[in-house]
Ligand binder design. Sequence first.
Ligand code: FES
Length: 73
Amino acid sequence: MTITCNKTNFKKGKTQMYICICHAITEKDIQQAVGKGASSIARLSELTMLGTQCGYCTKHAHEVLNQCANKPA
Ligand code: FES
């Protein structure tokens, strides 16, 4: 089971996809962590705390990680 929700960023008027509810980690946070060299859920957890509480987010985070890895630089 993956828990996700959308929350509007009122400052920028953009919608953010929250991947980890427990630690308020967004898809953009994951993309930034990948930019800093995260290539696994373990490394992502070290950088962001993602998945370190209930763990429901790790499956979806893995999908986001794969999407980032498949994007051309
Ligand atoms: S949703 Fe990520 S640790 Fe709970």
